[in-house]
Design a protein around this ligand. Sequence first.
Ligand SMILES: NC(=O)c1ccc[n+]([C@@H]2O[C@H](COP(=O)([O-])OP(=O)(O)OC[C@H]3O[C@@H](n4cnc5c(N)ncnc54)[C@H](O)[C@@H]3O)[C@@H](O)[C@H]2O)c1
Length: 695
Amino acid sequence: MSEVAQYLVRDGIAVITMNNPPVNGLGNALRAGLMAALQKAEADAAVKGAVIIGSAKAFSGGADIREFGKPREKPDLFEVNDQQDAMKKPLVAAIGGFALGGGLELALGCHYRVAAPKAQLGLPEVKLGILPGSGGTQRLPRIVPMAEAVRMMTTGSTIPAEKAKELGLVDEIVPGDLLQAAVEFTRKLLSENKGVRRIRDLPARLDGDPEAFFAKVREQVAKESRGYPAPLEIVACAAAAATLPFDEGRKVERERFARLVNTAESKALRHMFFAERQTSKIPGVPEDTQVRPIRKAAVIGAGTMGGGIAMCFANAGIPVTLVDTTQEALDRGLQKIKGNYAATVEKGRLAQPDMDKRMGLIHGSINLGKAADADIVIEAVFERMDVKQDLFRKLDAIVQPGAILATNTSTLDVDQIAAATTRPQDVIGTHFFSPANVMRLLEVVRGGKTAKDVLATTMKLGKTLKKVPVVSGVCDGFIGNRMLEKYVQQSLFLLEEGATPAQVDSALQRWGMAMGPFAMYDMAGNDIGWEIRKRRAKERPDMVYSKFADRICEKGWFGQKAGRGWYRYEKGNRKPIPDPEVEKMLSDYRKEVGVTPRKISDEEIVERCIFALANEGARILEEGIALRASDIDMVYLTGYGFPPYRGGPMFHADTVGLGKMLDSIRRFQEGYQGDQWKLAPLLIKLASEGRRFNG
Ligand SMILES: NC(=O)c1ccc[n+]([C@@H]2O[C@H](COP(=O)([O-])OP(=O)(O)OC[C@H]3O[C@@H](n4cnc5c(N)ncnc54)[C@H](O)[C@@H]3O)[C@@H](O)[C@H]2O)c1
């Protein structure tokens, strides 16, 4: 019998154990094994009932992602479900850990379900832009109340065993030996003559008029799904469950599933899912590289970033020493951390004892010597090379050998910082994004001399801190900000040519960006970019940028914090209000530089800004600064508010087609400031070969 679906008989009950680590993914072999085991149980006269069980961690995580893109063999999961339905002996699912997606559909194909107290159940397909395609949309609403079923399927969130019991999804919660309890449960069913109970034979759990119910649900889900097609398709399937016979409902489900799988949104979401799993794969640094233990951390600089980074450690249960130069700066930093946690407690998202525990892990000091026994020190002091080098020199003299010395610099050369120490192999960049305790992106900047185990340790730490760590080589701006510079440049040129900040913002926001560029500049503070431009003017005098942004800064319009920037802000309100004065200044500026304004389409705005990102991304890729196109996509998806359903700038370019992107850029090269468009050779090459950035 199959190794992945083991079969034995216990007390007259067939026990079918799924053994396909790590998560009992329902791959080809497991589906075939399950089918054979079910048929064997049905044929075996000595068997009166059957139990399907997984591991303590996973009943089943659903489809086997290792087989994605490979040929699918028979039987399909829905054929296994048909076999389950055909059983004349009671079939019980014993759910130890999680039962997700196809895993839950397998459990729904059973006649009863028992679960360990820590079990988690859910249908998360919507997160990949699809729907539960093996009867899930038809069976779930027949066993749990329709409103709950719709909620589970359209949000993709999991529910714990307790809740599942309450809703009827689980028949019994069994502490202790799950298999023994499941066998006893089955025997009890038999002794009580309860036998087979196929979910397909039950009516949907919906009281009242389906039409009125679904009209309301459709309206609500449409509002929440922000243009994603999957949630509404799920609602349509749920409505079919309420109004059509089971087999017809399943046909609706299959049709809608097939439609969704081919949407650009689903392709993008699936790309994102795999891209996230790729980032920690580094050529030449095997995944089993021995990492250094991180038991204790220190963060230097208790400002905006340092405070957030210290919170990341405390949230992960790692003690952290937070150091600043003065008691005043330190207290301000600690107070801010406390305020952040208190606000989370206030919102009911953190328990007071947990806040106390986390605060207890953060130790403030104005003595740099307190960082001496840290396993990693992260520096987040002022963005000046002399200040950073001086600090690293001091750290080199104080901190224990083998510790990792990391810098949070956004723009400075990590190798130059490393050169201030006698141990450049232990130096690395950890570029957090603001607010550091919230944003998922962590650019891990690999210096020229960074040791492999330091890189592996930092990547692992990133995951421990619940970040998405992405490796970047050393260059100005690393991956994210280097690309952003081109996006910023285009956004400003668009103003010079005739657009307004509100028009540029709304075009990009409608396209899906979390925020338009000008609202973003106002939020970050326009002075930051001004400082960088002043430095660039000295370092790279050849660089062309719109001087109009400087005019805004010269007036002190630094953005939200100043109450004025590209927009006006009312006191205590972050909503940007278009400012006629800015528009007047713009129109004067256009006259000054001799530009006749023209009407610019939203499509052009989007193409120019997004292709500017992807073209620079291509350069970053060919220079080896990023390891792969999907890493660049992850940077933008997790750090810059790029819409997940577009899959990232490189994936979006692939979707549009590199040939078409190339044609558009060639057109832009003929237009205003066209010489600023320097085509990435990789783009030309891949486009001519009909290839994509993402393989
Ligand atoms: N703010 C952001 O959005 C952001 C994002 C990513 C990276 N960064 C980078 O993070 C670093 C810190 O930025 P920030 O915004 O938190 O700055 P900040 O001005 O808010 O905080 C800097 C803190 O460092 C302290 N400090 C200065 N010199 C010190 C020294 N020698 N020893 C100990 N403490 C010292 C200061 O007293 C201050 O509290 C910079 O390198 C910045 O480029 C900032």
